[in-house]
Design a protein around this ligand. Structure first.
Ligand SMILES: Cc1ncc(COP(=O)(O)O)c(C=O)c1O
Length: 370
């Protein structure tokens, strides 16, 4: 059975009429950028995470850049982050002229290890930037405590964790600022690029709002050099339809993850950790898999989607060579890059598809159910 990694056409089938009707409205009004729909989405995203301010922006990457600019991160500053994430987590720091300082991740949760991050804080540290990777929220209190202890800002990369929760907090509602991505493959995905910054503080929200339109106080009067980072009404229209389904879709992902966990028992793979205080939303369902590369080829050969997130840890990306990191410096992140494999995951995945995927994994390892 052919099983895609993600089934956006199946998702669209269920919301087609509503999405097309909303898009029709946008085109009738011809109001395309930073309009009423963006404002409504900002309010709904802020409410979801329990934050007072939402600012719609052009992508998750720009949400990170705008957050860093708002807190004044500049050349000479350091930002502590994870080497096991999507590229933009670290590139945003470099884009504003600062230095990403990596610390290793926790093997079970895949998230930045808060104790190792604490050891990486220096007098130059301006912010901490943990990532709620694959939909698992980092320990909220531990990160808030660490930021408070050192008097530095906490920015959450919540790009993979919309609607995820942990210990009384919702992703994006833990730090001073948080960044979301609405890239089409995300749990809440638009029809192109889009993102959101959430801010706790009115002043920081104001700066992000200014900087997304070139740092303009008023049109053509610039106090700051911002970026072109606006969100458009087409994205907001699609996202406002989809956000109504978010909790149901996240719940379905969790059920699918539970079924995978069950059907993979007795195989040599390690299924993803889900701490009891976490509401994991499984942006990706990621295994530790012995003979990972062979398994990937085997599954692909049988038209089962699977992917490696991420094959190269950030500290070993050629463009970050100037940071002077070396192979072996963050052994857990390096091991995860070599050993993990993401399986198909979406709210639309059927039980039969999960059975087909896990059946092929069993065939690959040649093991019987125990
Ligand atoms: C962890 C993480 N950070 C940042 C981003 C950047 O988001 P975008 O692609 O919307 O710029 C992504 C998504 O691609 C991501 O997964």
């Amino acid at each position: 059975m052919k099983v895609p990694m993600l089934n956006l056409p199946a998702q669209f089938k269920n919301i087609r009429a509503e999405v097309l009707s909303e898009l029709h409205e946008v085109f009738e009004t011809q109001y395309f950028v930073l309009g009423p729909r963006v404002k409504k989405l900002e309010e709904q995203m802020a409410a979801l995470a329990g934050m007072p301010h939402g600012i719609g922006v052009s992508s998750g990457t720009d949400a990170l850049i705008l957050s860093l600019l708002a807190i004044g991160v500049k050349p000479g500053d350091e930002v502590v982050t994870t080497p096991y994430s999507f590229f933009a987590t670290a590139s945003a720091i470099v884009r504003v002229g600062a230095r990403p300082v990596f610390a290793d991740v926790d093997e079970a949760s895949f998230n930045l290890d808060v104790k190792k991050a604490a050891a990486a804080v220096t007098s130059k540290t301006k912010a901490l930037l943990p990532v709620h990777l694959f939909g698992l929220v980092c320990d909220p209190q531990a990160w808030r405590d660490l930021a408070a202890r050192h008097g530095v800002r906490l920015i959450e990369d919540a790009c993979q964790a919309v609607g995820a929760r942990r210990a009384g907090f919702t992703a994006g509602g833990i730090g001073d600022l948080s960044a979301f991505s609405f890239y089409p493959t995300k749990n809440l995905g638009g029809a192109g690029d889009g993102g959101m910054v959430l801010a706790r503080d009115e002043e920081l929200a104001k700066l992000v709002r200014m900087d997304r339109v070139h740092g303009g106080r008023d049109r053509y009067y610039h106090d700051r050099v911002g970026i072109c980072g606006r969100l458009d009404e087409v994205q907001a229209a699609v996202l406002l339809v989809k956000i109504k389904h978010l909790s149901e879709w996240n719940e379905r992902r969790r059920k699918t993850a539970a079924l995978y966990n069950e059907l993979l028992k007795g195989t040599p793979v390690t299924t993803p950790a889900a701490p009891s205080d976490a509401y994991h939303t499984y942006h990706q369902y990621v295994l530790h898999a012995p003979r990972r590369d062979e398994l990937r080829e085997y599954l692909r050969g049988r038209e089962i989607g699977c992917d490696v997130y991420y094959p190269v840890p950030l500290h070993l990306q050629p463009c970050f060579a100037f940071l002077g990191c070396r192979q072996g410096q963050f052994p857990v992140a390096e091991r995860l890059c070599a050993e993990t494999l993401a399986l198909p995951m979406s709210a639309e995945l059927t039980e039969a598809e999960v059975e087909a995927v896990t059946g092929e994994i069993r065939n690959f390892y040649g093991r019987a159910v125990v």
